[in-house]
Each structure stands twice: as structure tokens, then as C-alpha cells.
Design a protein around this ligand. Structure first.
Ligand code: GLA
Length: 429
């Protein structure tokens, strides 16, 4: 017994979670559609999850972020209908088809509230019509996804964005452009539509990072996104070419953006901006002066000071990281500096923004102790995923060490992904 436990604690297995090939993902969605609805879809559209390399909890403060799209995608087989009915099924809930009328869908809290995962799809149809892109035809849709669900890798934005590009084509809106020639302005309109779906219909008051990443990233590139005006810059991001890898550790510890904590952080940021007399925290120009202004001890000042310290410093770190990436090969001092910025980002999220979790901290600490250049939580936090910038040759050992650390604590074992920069939302062949 004791021996068996010892074995588990030292020889835990790493669970890799690779993306399925797009042909297979597409075929899975088609098969589900045919199985449930008894005919062929008009097509399959898909959208990726994302990893944010740095720039966390700054999107709603107008700051910069640096996401890449994952090769993990949500695949949606869709067929246009002649009426205004919507029927939705997912591989996870294949026996329960959600049926609704486009005229009856409404925001959270209204009579038309949509519950569960279906809100992310139905919400996009609702938001498109709210933005004047209607009336839309009804549709049947079958979802198959390999984006880790609840892993902080934007599984919900992937659903929204796959739905958005599908409806764009089926209703002939002309906003997405083609896979080879994406329409940037049109895609930004779809970003706003998907964000409304998430904020108003699904009820998670998130910023625009996830939807922008899913709709506007480019394969082989990181997206330097300026959330003040949603302008973009594409930076080549091929870590393997430099013998590096971005290891993603999905802690599989619960993570939900609709549970109130995320909203509280947003409210704190807004309150800090009000106290500092700026529209958004990105508008702060003098860090020391801002800290001095928030140095009071009364009421919520100490907390707001911590929140502002994270946001303002994270904006500076992200700009510095983008400059490092643009400035030349990620090696030597440049690589060490990039890793240090990732480490500082995590520490700030843990200590000042208080959105990390024990599972994320252990993953980050073990990765660093095993030689990662930098490691940090990614995404909203409170569980979800961490990332580590590592040598390709160290990937297996670091993944093993983190898994062993989880096994020793008798936690659910993490899932691992080596992230490469994938393609944005679009139609599948
Ligand atoms: C979640 C939200 C994003 C962003 C990140 C934190 O992923 O959906 O809008 O705020 O958290 O950077």
C-alpha cells in the first residue's frame, strides 16, 4: 500500500492534451450533426482558444496584451433553416438538444435568458441582431471542441467566434473575409458582437482579449493588441525555431469568470481609476504619484492601491516584453529578461491582484525551480492554466516534475499542452 502510494507520488504520468487535426475536428462536428439532425450541415466553421503570453487583467483597463491562438479549436457544423428556430447540440450533451426561437432570446435576467453553454452560441445571434445585422435565419448547429473546457484558455470565446464566422457566411454579412484575406475591420465588429454575447447573454463581464485573439490572431504570430483602440500588430512567434517551447499547464482546478470575483477585480480597477482622476488605468502617466495618491489607509484604499499597482506595472511589463520580441532573437540576455517579466507578472497577479490559486502557484514554482526562463498564470485566474517558457529539451522533465508535485498533493493531475501560434476563426474545408 505504502509502496503503491510512493510510486504514484514519484512516477505520476504526464497527461498531454494535443489538439486534433482540423480535418478530424471538422469530421467529428459533421458526424454529430448528421447523427442528431439526420442531414448534412451547410459547412463547418471553427475558432481557436488562446493563450495570453503576457498582459493580464489589463484589457478592460485599456492596456496591451499579447495572445497567441492555440491549435485547439471549437468546431461548429451549421445548417441554415427557413424559419427562426435555433437547435443546438454539443458532443457533451448529445441527448439534450436546446431548441429556441430567435425572437425569444434575451439578455441574462430577462425572460429570454439562455442557460449554460448554449448562451455563448445563441448570444452571438442575439448580439448580431442587436447590432443591426438581422433578421438572421434560424439554424441547426452541432458543436465538437477540443479546447480544454474551463481551463482558462478561452473555450467559451472559441464557441462565440465559431458561431460568429458561421452566421457571417450563412447570412451573407461579409464581415469576416476569407481565411486567406481576413477583413480586419469586419472582424473587429464580430469581436464586439461576441463580447456583447458574453457580457450580456452569458453574463460574464469580460474584456475583449479572448474574442480578439480568436478572431484576429494569425498563425505563427503573437498578436500585440492595444486595448485602448483595439489596434493590432503581428509579431513572428516561432519559439521552436529558437529551441524554446511554451508549456501550458491546465491545472484542471475550477475556474469560472461568471462567479463574481472577476467582476470585483474590474470594479476595483474602475474605482482606482476614479480615485486617480483618469478615465482608465492605462492613462496613468506617473507611477509613483499614483501610488502616493492611493497611499491612504482608510476603507478600500490599500486594496485599490494593490490593484492599480498590478495593472500599471503589468502594462509596463507587457510593453517591455513586446519590445524584446520585436528587437531580435529570443536568446541570451533578451530571453532571460523576457522570462523575468513573466515571473514578475505572475507575482503581481498573485500578490497584488489576488487572482492566482494554490494550484497555479505550485505549477509556476516547480517550473521555475526546474529551469523555466519564466512562468506565470495566464487568463482570468482563480484556477485555469499557467504557462512556462522553457527549453524544448526541458519540456518533458518540467511537465513530469509539475505532475509529480500535483500527485504528491493528491490533486487532480494537470493536463499539458505545448502551445504553438495557430490560425484564427474561419471556415473549414
Ligand atoms: C479573461 C477575460 C479577458 C481578460 C483575461 C485576463 O480571459 O475574458 O477579457 O480580462 O481574463 O487578462
Amino acid at each position: 500500500m505504502e509502496v503503491a502510494r510512493e510510486r504514484l507520488m514519484t512516477l505520476s504520468e504526464v497527461i498531454w492534451n494535443p489538439a486534433v487535426d482540423p480535418t478530424e475536428g471538422s469530421a467529428n462536428a459533421r458526424a454529430l450533426f448528421a447523427d442528431v439532425f439526420g442531414n448534412e450541415p451547410d459547412g463547418v466553421w471553427s475558432a481557436p482558444g488562446r493563450v495570453n503570453v503576457i498582459g493580464e487583467h489589463v484589457d478592460y483597463n485599456g492596456g496591451p496584451c499579447l495572445p497567441i491562438a492555440l491549435p485547439h479549436r471549437a468546431y461548429l457544423a451549421v445548417k441554415r433553416r427557413a424559419d427562426r428556430t435555433v437547435r443546438l447540440v454539443s458532443a457533451q450533451t448529445r441527448d439534450a438538444v436546446d431548441v429556441m426561437d430567435l425572437d425569444a432570446i434575451g439578455p441574462q435576467g430577462s425572460a429570454g435568458e439562455v442557460k449554460g453553454w448554449a448562451a455563448y452560441l445563441a448570444g452571438v445571434a442575439w448580439a448580431l441582431e442587436q447590432e443591426g445585422y438581422g433578421p438572421l435565419p434560424g439554424f441547426d448547429a452541432a458543436l465538437w471542441s477540443c479546447v480544454p473546457q474551463g481551463g482558462g484558455l478561452s473555450s467559451s470565446a472559441a464557441l462565440e467566434c465559431a458561431m460568429a464566422v458561421a452566421l457571417d457566411e450563412l447570412a451573407d454579412l461579409g464581415l469576416a473575409g476569407t481565411n486567406h484575406a481576413p477583413n480586419d475591420r469586419g472582424r473587429q465588429i464580430l469581436v464586439n458582437v461576441c463580447r456583447r454575447a458574453e457580457n450580456e447573454v452569458a453574463g460574464a463581464n469580460t474584456g475583449g482579449l479572448d474574442q480578439t485573439a480568436s478572431l484576429r490572431c494569425r498563425a505563427g504570430h503573437a498578436l500585440a493588441l492595444d486595448c485602448r483602440d483595439m489596434s493590432t500588430e503581428y509579431i513572428p512567434f516561432d519559439l521552436a525555431a529558437h529551441d524554446l517551447a511554451l508549456l501550458v499547464i491546465d491545472t484542471r482546478a475550477s475556474h469560472s469568470l461568471a462567479d463574481g470575483q472577476y467582476g470585483q477585480r474590474r470594479a476595483d480597477s474602475e474605482a482606482a481609476a476614479v480615485a486617480l482622476g483618469v478615465p482608465l488605468l492605462v492613462d496613468v502617466t506617473d507611477f509613483d504619484e499614483a501610488m502616493a495618491t492611493l497611499a491612504g489607509t482608510q476603507e478600500d484604499q490599500p486594496r485599490l492601491r494593490m490593484r492599480a499597482r498590478h495593472v500599471i506595472s503589468e502594462i509596463a511589463r507587457t510593453r517591455a516584453f513586446i519590445d524584446l520580441l520585436k528587437g531580435g532573437e529570443l536568446s541570451g540576455a533578451r530571453l532571460r529578461a523576457a522570462g523575468a517579466l513573466m515571473n514578475d507578472s505572475h507575482d503581481s497577479l498573485r500578490d497584488d491582484y489576488e487572482v492566482s490559486s494554490i494550484e497555479l502557484d505550485v505549477a509556476v514554482d516547480v517550473a521555475r525551480a526546474c529551469g523555466a526562463y519564466g512562468a506565470r498564470m495566464t487568463g482570468g485566474g482563480f484556477g485555469g492554466s499557467a504557462i512556462a517558457l522553457v527549453d524544448v529539451s526541458a519540456v518533458d522533465d518540467i511537465a513530469q516534475a509539475i505532475t509529480s508535485a500535483y500527485a504528491a498533493r493528491r490533486w487532480t493531475l494537470p493536463h499539458m499542452v505545448v502551445a504553438t501560434a495557430g490560425a484564427p476563426a474561419g471556415r473549414n474545408p
